[in-house]
Design a protein. Structure first.
Length: 341
């Protein structure tokens, strides 16, 4: 029988004390069932560091409210071993929220092992942009749905608490060119509506602004906050949704199939669609109008299917393909741009 711990409507310090107290009183192998109105993952990471004790926990519902977590107390960690955070059962936005908070709480020379279902390299760039050259990052395993990375804070952070209105920052001058744009789009797709991310670049990244227009239409604000030789700061704010119901999927990535043989294109597109959750989507980039694909989705995918043209130029067609967050199943299907299905 699991011990029930209710952390709703409690201060951050009280939540920490109650979690620590319940875990300290449990025997190895005992289980806690925690209900909370905010994430507790950073405190569970800290408990492993502070008590040198392994924990194993699982979220009941990736995006459920309130948040329910089952925690099993493990054995003492071996000398020099780090605690582990398996983030695979959290939705991406909550993963980033927990991981950024956990890193903020680390002291120099402390760390933990992240277990993820894909390469979390964008997180490395984000941490480095915010904290400076104090981000220890070592891969323990790669691929197979289980990427393990030892993350540590190797010294005092360069973060100074300024710009509280910026939720995240990327200094692209420190990111390899091949990873820059997709890293930024990946993170932008997860920030809440109304929040701002800041990009620091050697000059104004106008090609990136064009990509944002292609992917997100007018649903963002682009502000050049500073522009001098070798340094340009751009603030990108995600638009607030109107009070009306909006089933437009959140764009998380881009799928460019122009270099693939036709036989492989459809397989990749349908695999990408199958991997989507409700409310998620991707921008398909094709060298011609993929209208036959639309009719196939229309026949097979049902009312949750969303198809929205973003760009129609010779040699470059962009279409937002996704699954609407909700659907009553009674709306007729339309091929007009921006029509939710």
């Amino acid at each position: 029988m699991a011990t029930e711990v209710d952390l709703r409507d409690r201060s951050d310090r009280d939540r920490r004390d109650r979690i620590y107290g319940a875990l300290d009183g449990a025997e190895p192998g005992e289980e806690l069932h925690v209900t909370a109105d905010r994430g507790i993952d950073p405190w569970l990471i800290r408990y492993q560091i502070d008590r040198e004790r392994a924990l194993d926990w699982e979220h009941e519902g990736a995006d459920a409210e309130p948040r329910e977590v089952r925690i099993a107390k493990g054995e003492a960690l071996d000398d020099g071993a780090s605690g582990t955070f398996d983030a695979r059962d959290l939705v991406p936005q909550r993963r980033h929220e927990a991981l950024l908070d956990a890193f903020d709480r680390l002291e120099p020379d402390e760390g933990f092992v992240l277990v993820n279902d894909h390469d979390p390299k964008p997180l490395y760039h984000e941490l480095q942009s915010t904290h400076g050259e104090v981000v220890g990052w070592e891969y323990e395993s790669r691929g197979g749905g289980e990427w393990r990375v030892a993350i540590a804070k190797t010294g005092a952070s360069a973060a100074d608490g300024e710009d509280d209105d910026v939720i995240t920052r990327f200094d692209v001058r420190e990111i390899p060119k091949s990873e820059r744009h997709e890293t930024i789009h990946h993170r932008y797709g997860m920030i809440p509506d109304g929040e701002t991310m800041e990009i620091v670049a050697p000059h104004e990244p106008r090609p990136l602004r064009g990509e944002f227009r292609d992917r997100y239409g007018d649903a963002f604000d682009w502000e050049v906050a500073e522009n001098r030789p070798g340094r340009c700061r751009v603030r990108i704010t995600k638009a607030e949704k109107s009070g009306e119901t909006d089933d437009t999927p959140e764009v998380a990535t881009e799928l460019d199939v122009r270099d693939l043989p036709p036989a492989r294109r459809h397989d990749q597109i349908f695999e990408a669609y199958a991997d989507l959750d409700g409310g998620e989507g991707f921008v398909l980039v094709n060298d011609h109008d993929p209208k036959p694909l639309y009719h196939q989705f229309d026949a097979e995918a049902g009312p949750e299917f969303h198809w929205e043209y973003r760009k129609r130029d010779p040699g470059e067609f962009r279409v937002l393909i996704g699954k609407s967050a909700s659907s009553d199943g009674g709306e007729p299907v339309s091929e007009q741009p921006s029509a939710p299905f």
